[in-house]
Write a protein that binds this ligand. Structure first.
Ligand SMILES: O=C(CO)COP(=O)(O)O
Length: 120
């Protein structure tokens, strides 16, 4: 299955920690990761295999939304930073809306991501 991982700047370190804590599940369940660009760079540096798309503000969230709509992406783990401003907020809303349209599990914080990854 394919899981999308996205983290706003203030949450990227937490995303790497999260993946390290759950690396066993990622391997055992043969999960392929797709991500927005800068999140992907950090995750690659931490030693994970990931298909890094465009950076979020340049269309990365929209690319992941497209994968959700096409049935290619089965889960989205999005560590949002609600205390920061994001010029591409419309893309973020589109991604969340398409997860709802296509009934794709979406976590918008680490606590929910923890529950979802354990259910894989
Ligand atoms: O902006 C983002 C999510 O909306 C994340 O994008 P990056 O991973 O490229 O920073």
């Amino acid at each position: 299955m394919e899981i999308a991982i996205i983290a706003h700047d203030g949450k990227k370190a937490e995303m790497v920690q999260f993946l390290n804590a759950h690396s066993d599940i990622l391997h055992q369940k043969q999960i392929s990761l797709v991500s927005t660009g800068t999140t992907g760079e950090k995750v690659l540096k931490a030693g994970f295999k990931v298909n890094a798309l465009l950076s979020g503000p340049l269309g990365g969230d929209a690319q992941i939304a497209s994968r959700v709509a096409e049935g290619k992406c089965n889960m989205v783990l999005f560590f949002r930073d609600p205390l920061d401003r994001h010029p591409h907020e419309p893309d973020v809303l589109m991604l969340m809306r398409l997860c709802d349209v296509h009934d794709v599990p979406l976590a918008t914080n680490p606590a929910t991501a923890e529950l979802l990854i354990k259910a894989v």
